[in-house]
Design a protein around this ligand. Sequence first.
Ligand SMILES: C[S@@+](CC[C@H](N)C(=O)[O-])C[C@H]1O[C@@H](n2cnc3c(N)ncnc32)[C@H](O)[C@@H]1O
Length: 271
Amino acid sequence: MNYRHAFHAGNFADLVKHAALLNLLARMPRPLSVIDTHAGRGLYDLSGEEAQRSGEAQAGIGQLMQAGDLPAELLALRAAVTRLNGGGPARLYPGSPLLIAGALGKGDSYVACELRPEEHSALTQALTPWRNAQAICADGYAEAASRLDREGEALVLIDPPFEKSDDYRRCVEALKAITRRSPRAVVMIWLPLKDLETFDSFVRDAEDAGVGPLLIAEARMRPLRDPMKMNGCALVLARAPDGMAQTLQSICDWTVGALGQGGAARIWTAA
Ligand SMILES: C[S@@+](CC[C@H](N)C(=O)[O-])C[C@H]1O[C@@H](n2cnc3c(N)ncnc32)[C@H](O)[C@@H]1O
């Protein structure tokens, strides 16, 4: 496992995922159980070596913080980053754990899974202020379904590094297990867009899982000509709440238009 999210925190793909996540959290009925299968360290220092070396945060959250034309669907993310930095410049960026923990109500709960011990230890520290949030050092694919109640409202974020070839297969298996276990669980999976073949084959497998209609958001930042590059990202949602398609359209339109190079945003449903 070589993946380190510190190189990518606050990039365009984080903006799409995190803006969608905050909008989803605001729409979900309560009390709510949230599971984050691949949580990361929770908090990222954008002045650190990794972020400075990649430049991805500057091209992502750096631009979003200064945008004059930000649609309503991205304002909650900007507000969260502003709060985290005490109103000053965006030196710190919240990962999904801090965004989720910050949106928890009194009766809600949150389990964040992280497999890498050093990331897990940073995550535990980042979540200390929230008593209803728990960081576990474990395989999120294996944990997700078994940690859900059969009753009640639930939201599961699946956000793997996709550095292993079986990540696509394991996402589909987890999607199946989660939706079977919890009839009301909403699931959001993040995926990279490199070439369309890999993505289309994932969507076909997810459709075959028989979990009902899937809402799909694609933010293609540039034409998908070079499969070695991350040319964009996608979100695949099962049991998406009403109104999410419009929200995702707005998030992806802004991201592609403001930060992309000749790409396109596309929101569609797979049965
Ligand atoms: C893309 S990052 C997560 C970013 C985070 N969800 C966010 O939005 O801030 C993926 C993380 O998953 C961790 N990881 C890899 N395989 C895992 C597994 N099977 N279970 C749990 N965590 C895993 C990696 O160490 C990495 O920190």
